[in-house]
Design a protein around this ligand. Structure first.
Ligand SMILES: *Cc1c(COP(=O)(O)O)cnc(C)c1O
Ligand code: SF4
Length: 311
């Protein structure tokens, strides 16, 4: 278990009152608690900096509240929809863009999922459903399996994607029933994990990722570029190499969404661009994630312009 937060000052406690402190014990064990700059500690430790209000950093940076089709169902991009199936997470990342979301009225069982399923069923242009949250793997295996079955019954759906930090923060969650639930329909299963630093990938996590792959699931990773966590080339190279050495492709490296309370994690665009160019110079092409950011109203995530990369 993590220690009882020995060095939380009054302001950090206030930050934890606004967005509660949560870190699973297996993940907490990877932290050097005596080091205030430990990159894992920094992702989860409430801090006074969260209380500062910074221009441009807002409670709903992606304007998601305008994007709901029916409760829990977001469509921003053609061909795919995002279904929020849980408002809970096993960990509270301090930089989370949904940290102010109350997740009101999210569907959570067969009856409340029905409107989303109906909405998807009436639009044949949708080929992929992304299960998200919160963390979709907070939902019990039995309910998830039921949901996946219902999705597989919609003929125009081809792929099932899960966006979850669970395999990284609680690898035991990757069990036989989960694997069965995700892989026993005609839908092609894809799981996108969220890992920001190679130190998050210990033997138990890597074993869980291997179980996912052996079950036939395509595993990708997305990271957020975070100041003081992974904003240097050696750290990113180590992360990407560890991932591909274990057959996980780095998919996206996201610029921080400007959410209130997270400004101290921001890495400026020029620095981000320089980091990616260095990764391109040091890694095989398939090991370099796409540097993207999200701009409300765009038809996809927006790639950061890297300018001329060839001499
Ligand atoms: C990010 C996101 C997706 C997935 O986008 P990809 O570029 O396909 O990974 C889908 N729906 C919503 C609402 C999203 O925010
Ligand atoms: S796991 Fe994802 S959704 Fe959950 S707190 Fe972290 S960033 Fe937010």
């Amino acid at each position: 278990m993590p220690p009882a937060l020995p060095d939380m000052d009054a302001e950090a406690r206030q930050a934890a009152d606004l967005y509660s402190w949560r870190v699973p014990s297996v993940w907490a064990k990877r932290i050097d608690w005596h080091n205030p700059n430990d990159p894992l500690r920094r992702q989860v430790m409430p801090s006074a900096a969260e209380l500062q209000s910074v221009a441009g950093f807002t409670v709903d940076p992606l304007a998601e509240h305008g994007e709901q089709r029916v409760p829990g169902l977001l469509q921003k991009y053609a061909g795919r929809v995002l279904l929020q199936v849980s408002g809970h997470c096993p960990i509270h990342c301090r930089y989370c863009f949904r940290r102010h979301d109350t997740y009101a009225n999210l569907p959570h069982d067969r009856a409340t999922w029905a409107p989303a399923l109906q909405w998807i069923a009436q639009d044949p242009s949708i080929h992929e459903v992304v299960l998200s949250g919160g963390d979709p793997l907070m939902v019990a295996d039995r309910h998830l399996a039921e949901l996946v079955q219902s999705l597989a019954a919609i003929p125009h759906l081809l792929r099932l994607r899960v966006h979850s930090r669970m395999p990284v923060v609680a690898p035991k969650r990757v069990g036989v029933r989960l694997l069965r639930g995700l892989t026993t329909t005609r839908l092609t299963p894809v799981l996108v994990i969220h890992c920001n630093h190679a130190a998050e990938l210990d033997a138990a996590v890597l074993a869980g990722l291997a179980r996912l792959q052996q079950a036939g699931i395509l595993v990708l990773n997305q990271s957020v570029l975070l100041r003081g966590v992974n904003d240097d080339a050696d750290t990113l190279v180590a992360l990407c190499e560890t991932l591909v050495n274990h057959r996980v492709l780095p998919y996206y490296l996201h610029l921080l969404d400007p959410v209130a309370g997270a400004a101290h994690f921001q890495v400026d665009r020029e620095r981000a661009r320089a980091l990616i160019l260095e990764l391109q110079a040091r890694l095989p092409g398939y090991a370099v994630p796409k540097l993207v950011w999200e701009q409300p109203g765009q038809s996809s995530k927006v790639a950061v312009d890297l300018g001329k990369t060839l001499a």
